[in-house]
Design a binder for this molecule. Structure first.
Ligand code: OXD
Ligand code: MN
Length: 596
C-alpha cells in the first residue's frame, strides 16, 4: 500500500477499503501542484485520453472526447439511496442503500485493475470557510482529476484542513467499462457517500458538482438550516460603486451561464453598470447574524455548454476560454484549435468531429440529417478566475448578500417578461410551480410542460415536499429576506417569434428588479404578482416594434386558469406531504384569477 500523506484515520481506512474493492495497480494522492498536473497531462497525452491543442492560439488548452454513449447526465440511472423510500420522495429514483451498495460493488469489483486510483481531496467553497464542505473523490480517470483541479479547490490545503475536521463526503468513481448497462450514479445521503460507476461524462463523474453540491448538500442543508441551490450568483455594480447581488434559478440549458456574466447593452452602457460573476450554476446560501441571506458559489470553475457560445451570446466567456481550458466533445480543426455549432467566425471546411471521425462542413448522414461537428452538449471546463467579469469576492469566506432571488422558465405564452411575488410564501409558490416547455430541440411532444421547481427537480437529494417546507421555514429565519421574482425571456408572438431579444438586454429587466428591491419604482398589481409599468423598463437603445413591450408584460387570465390544472396535477404527486401553505397560495391565485 502506498504511503498515506494524511493522519486522518477515517480517510486512511476508507481509501484502503475502496482500493481493496477496486484493486488499482497504484494509488496517487493529488496535491494540487503544477508539477503533478503537468505530469498527469503528459501521461494523458501519451494515451490520447486528452489531446494537446494549438498552444500558441490556445495556451494551456486540451481536448477530450467521451464515449459516444456517454455524453450527458443519465437521470434514469441516478438514485437516492435512503433507508425509507418516502425520504427520497416522488421526485427521485430510489433504491435501499444495501441494494445500491450491492449492485454497484459488483461493478466496482476489480474495475481499476491495470489502472491508477487517484485520491482527490477537494473543498467546495474556499478552504476553511464556514460555508464550505470537503469531499474526497477516488477515481481512475485522469480527465476527472484534471477537471476537478479546475472545478474545485483540490489538493494539499484540503488534506491539511482534514486534519482539523473529520467530516468529508466519500466519493468513489470508476469508469469501469463505460458500459451504459453497468452504469449507476448512487447517492447515500445518510452515509455522506456518492458512488458513480460506468460513466466518464462530467455531470455524472465530477462528483463535487451536481452530486455533492446539490443532491448531498441539499440533504445536509435541510438538517443544518441553509440552502443548496441550482442558481447563478451575480453582482450588479452601479456607477457609484455600490454592488447588489442576485441569485437566479433556471432549468438546465436556459442561459444561466450567459446571464451570470453579461456585458451591458450599448444603450445602458452610459449608466455605467458593471456585472460581477460569482457563479453560474450553484449557490449555497445561509442566513447571517444580520438577518440577510448570504451566498457563496462552492465551485471554482465553469463547466459550460459550448454550442451557441459566441461573442454575441456571451463575449465574456469567449475571452475566458482562450486559455487553460479543457474542451470536451467539440470539433478539432486542422490548425489544432476548436469549433462548435454557433461559434464565432466561419464554419470550418473540415475537421475531426466529436466522435473522432473526419468531418466536412455540410455533411449529411444516411438519413440526410446534418452530421454535427460538436456534440450538442459539448462542454468547456475553465477556472472562474480567467473570466474578465470574475467577482473580487470569490475567495471571501463570507460570500455575498443576496437582494433578490429570480426564478425563470421557458414559456411560449404564459408568463410575462417579469413579475414580482407578493411575499416570501407566494415566492415559494412561484418557485415551486416553475416550468419549461419543450422546444423543437428536445425529444418529446412540442410545447409539453415540464415542471422543474426551483430548477432543482433533478437535483434535490430528498423528498421535494420537505424541500418546499424547508424554503418556507428559511423565510421565517430572515429579518430582511430577498424579494422573489419570476422572469421569462422566451415569450413568443402569434407567429412563433421571440418577442424579447434576451442575452445582454436582460439587464434592463434586472435593473427593474433592483429598483423594486430599493423601492424606487411602482408596479402594477395583477392576479399573479406585481408587473412593471412599461415606462419603468429602460429601453434606451433598444427598439421593439409597436406595443411589443406592453404585450410582453400582459397577464392573460384564461391562460393562467388553464395553468392551474397543471399545477394541481403536479402538487398532487406529493400527496399529504405538500405544505398546506402551497395549496393556500394555489387557492388564492385561483380566487384572484376568477374575480372581476
Ligand atoms: C446542468 C449543468 O445540467 O449545469 O444543469 O450541467
Ligand atoms: Mn446546471
Amino acid at each position: 500500500m502506498d504511503k498515506f500523506p494524511t493522519h486522518n484515520k477515517k480517510l486512511k481506512e476508507w481509501v484502503s477499503k475502496m482500493a481493496k474493492l477496486c484493486q488499482p495497480d497504484s494509488i496517487v494522492w493529488i496535491d494540487g501542484s503544477d508539477g503533478q498536473k503537468k505530469q498527469l497531462e503528459e501521461e494523458a497525452f501519451a494515451t490520447d485520453e486528452i489531446i494537446r491543442l494549438n498552444q500558441e492560439k490556445l495556451p494551456g488548452c486540451v481536448l477530450h472526447r467521451t464515449h459516444p454513449n456517454d455524453v450527458a447526465r443519465t437521470e434514469h440511472l441516478t438514485f437516492i439511496c435512503t433507508k425509507k423510500k418516502h425520504d427520497a420522495g416522488p421526485n427521485n429514483n430510489w433504491m435501499p442503500p444495501a441494494t445500491g451498495y450491492k449492485k454497484a460493488r459488483e461493478i466496482f469489483k476489480g474495475a481499476m485493475r491495470g489502472r491508477t486510483m487517484y485520491v482527490v481531496p477537494f473543498s467546495m467553497g474556499p478552504v476553511g470557510s464556514e460555508f464550505s464542505k470537503i469531499g474526497v473523490e477516488l477515481t481512475d480517470s485522469k480527465y476527472v482529476v484534471l477537471n476537478m483541479l479546475i472545478m474545485t479547490r483540490a489538493g494539499e490545503a484540503v488534506l491539511r484542513q482534514l486534519e482539523k475536521e473529520d467530516d468529508f463526503t466519500k466519493c468513489l468513481h470508476s469508469k469501469a467499462e463505460l458500459d451504459v448497462n453497468k452504469r449507476l450514479i448512487l447517492h447515500f445521503p445518510e452515509d455522506n457517500t456518492i458512488w458513480s460507476v460506468g460513466s466518464g461524462y462530467g455531470g455524472n463523474v465530477l462528483l463535487g458538482k451536481k452530486c455533492l453540491s446539490l443532491r448531498i448538500a441539499s440533504f445536509i442543508a435541510r438538517k443544518e438550516q441553509w440552502l443548496a441551490e441550482h442558481m447563478l450568483i451575480m453582482g450588479i455594480e452601479e456607477p457609484n460603486g455600490h454592488i447588489e447581488y442576485i441569485a437566479a434559478a433556471f432549468p438546465s440549458a436556459c442561459g444561466k451561464t450567459n446571464l451570470a456574466m453579461l456585458i451591458p447593452p450599448e444603450g445602458l452602457k452610459k449608466k455605467g453598470y458593471r456585472i460581477w460573476t460569482v457563479g453560474d450554476d450553484i449557490a449555497w446560501m445561509r442566513v447571517d447574524s444580520d438577518g440577510q441571506l448570504w451566498a457563496i458559489n462552492p465551485e471554482s470553475g465553469f463547466f459550460g455548454v459550448a454550442p451557441g457560445t459566441n461573442s454575441d451570446s456571451n463575449p465574456a466567456m469567449v475571452e475566458t476560454i482562450k486559455k487553460d481550458t479543457i474542451f470536451t466533445n467539440v470539433l478539432l480543426k486542422p490548425d489544432g484549435t476548436v469549433w462548435w455549432e454557433g461559434a464565432d467566425g466561419d464554419v470550418p471546411n473540415e475537421g475531426i468531429n466529436w466522435q473522432g471521425k473526419p468531418w466536412k462542413s455540410g455533411m449529411k448522414d444516411a438519413e440526410g440529417k446534418p452530421v454535427l461537428g460538436a456534440n450538442p452538449n459539448a462542454r468547456f471546463t475553465v477556472p472562474i478566475k480567467n473570466c474578465p467579469t470574475a467577482s473580487f469576492r470569490l475567495e471571501q469566506h463570507h460570500g455575498v448578500p443576496i437582494s433578490a432571488i429570480i426564478f425563470g422558465g421557458r414559456r411560449q405564452h404564459l408568463a410575462p417578461l417579469v413579475y414580482e411575488a407578493f411575499n416570501w410564501q407566494h415566492g415559494i409558490f412561484v418557485g415551486a410551480t416553475m416550468a419549461s416547455e419543450r422546444t423543437a430541440a428536445q425529444v418529446g411532444k412540442l410545447g409539453e410542460v415540464r415542471r422543474d421547481p426551483m430548477a432543482m427537480f433533478p437535483f434535490c437529494g430528498y423528498n421535494m415536499a420537505f424541500y418546499f417546507r424547508h424554503w418556507l421555514n428559511m423565510g421565517k429565519k430572515m429579518t430582511k429576506a430577498p424579494k422573489i421574482f419570476h422572469v421569462n425571456w422566451f415569450r413568443q408572438d402569434e407567429k412563433g417569434k421571440f418577442m424579447w431579444p434576451g442575452f445582454r438586454e436582460n439587464l434592463r429587466v434586472l435593473e427593474w428588479v433592483l429598483d423594486r428591491c430599493s423601492n424606487k419604482v411602482y408596479a402594477v398589481k395583477t392576479p399573479i404578482g406585481y408587473v412593471p409599468q412599461p415606462a419603468d423598463i429602460d429601453m434606451t437603445g433598444l427598439h421593439l416594434p409597436g406595443d411589443t413591450l406592453e404585450k410582453l408584460l400582459e397577464v392573460h387570465k384564461e391562460d393562467w386558469l388553464r395553468e392551474l390544472k397543471g399545477i394541481k396535477e403536479f402538487f398532487r404527486i406529493f400527496k399529504k406531504d405538500l405544505p398546506k401553505e402551497l395549496w393556500q397560495e394555489y387557492e388564492e391565485l385561483e380566487a384572484r384569477l376568477k374575480s372581476k
